[in-house]
Design a protein around this ligand. Structure first.
Ligand code: NI
Length: 221
C-alpha cells in the first residue's frame, strides 16, 4: 500500500536542503548497498558526516510534524535518512531494501520506506520511482517536497535519468505496528476520525477509544 505525503517540506525548506546538499561530499551509492542491490545500483549518496546529519535531522523533524506520516507509519525508532543524487545515465535496478539497518542499539527493522523528492519534476527526465506490485508497475514522480511511503520489502527501482538531476531523500523506519495490514486499518480509522464534524464529540470519543484499544492490542513499543 502506498501513502502520499504531501508538502513534507515547504518550498523554502526544499531550497534550504538543496543549497546545503550542493556542498555535500557525494560518494558512490554502491558503498551502502548489499551485494545484490549493489549490482544494480548506480547513483551518488551524500556522505554521512556532520552537515548531512543535520540535514537528516531537519527531514526527520519535518516528518515528525506531518500528521499523515505519523498516522500511516506509526514510527517507533529513529529514522534512517540518506540523500541520493542521480545524474544522466544513473539508475537503480529492481531491488528490495535491507531488512535491518544500523548497528547495535540503533538497529531498526525497516517496515517502511519513503522517497522524498527534492527536485522539480520538470527539471529532470526519467528518474521515476517504480514500485512493483500485484497490479503491475506503478511510476511515481512527485513535486519537490512531496513524498511517498511504501513497504521497504516491496520490489522497487529508480528508472534511468536521461537529463537533469534527480535529488531525493530516502527514509527508512520501524513501526510500532509491525503488520502492514493492521497499520492500514488504523490509518483508515484515523481518517474517519479526521472526517468527523466538529460537533460529533460522542462519535470522536468512541473512535478515539477504539484507536487506543487497537494500539494496546497491536503496538510493539
Ligand atoms: Ni530501495
Amino acid at each position: 500500500m502506498l501513502f502520499l505525503l504531501q508538502s513534507v517540506l515547504l518550498p523554502e525548506d526544499v531550497a534550504r536542503v538543496r543549497s546545503r546538499l550542493a556542498d555535500a561530499d557525494w560518494i558512490d551509492g554502491r558503498k551502502t548497498a548489499g551485494p545484490a542491490a549493489s549490482a544494480v545500483k548506480a547513483n551518488l549518496q551524500a556522505q554521512r558526516c556532520v552537515p548531512e546529519r543535520a540535514l537528516a535531522q531537519f527531514v526527520c523533524e519535518a516528518l515528525a510534524r506531518h500528521s499523515v506520516f505519523q498516522a500511516c507509519a506509526c514510527p517507533s525508532r529513529p529514522l534512517h535518512v540518506l540523500f541520493s543524487r542521480y545524474q544522466p545515465g544513473m539508475a537503480y535496478g529492481l531491488h528490495n531494501d535491507d531488512a535491518l539497518m544500523g548497528s547495535d542499539m540503533a538497529r531498526i527493522r525497516t517496515d517502511f520506506a519513503i522517497t522524498l523528492f527534492l527536485a522539480d519534476p520538470d527539471s529532470y527526465a526519467g528518474g521515476a520511482l517504480i514500485l512493483d506490485g500485484p497490479a503491475g508497475e506503478q511510476a511515481i514522480k512527485l513535486a519537490a517536497g512531496d513524498g511517498v511511503l511504501y513497504a521497504a520489502g516491496a520490489l522497487h527501482r529508480v528508472e534511468p535519468v536521461t537529463s537533469g538531476e534527480r535529488l531525493a531523500a530516502v527514509v527508512w523506519g520501524q513501526s510500532l505496528i509491525r503488520d502492514a495490514g493492521a497499520r492500514a486499518l488504523l490509518f483508515d480509522l484515523t481518517q474517519a476520525r479526521w472526517a468527523l464534524p466538529a460537533d460529533a464529540a460522542e462519535a470522536a470519543l468512541r473512535i478515539d477509544q477504539v484507536l487506543a484499544n487497537l494500539m494496546r492490542r497491536w503496538a510493539d513499543p
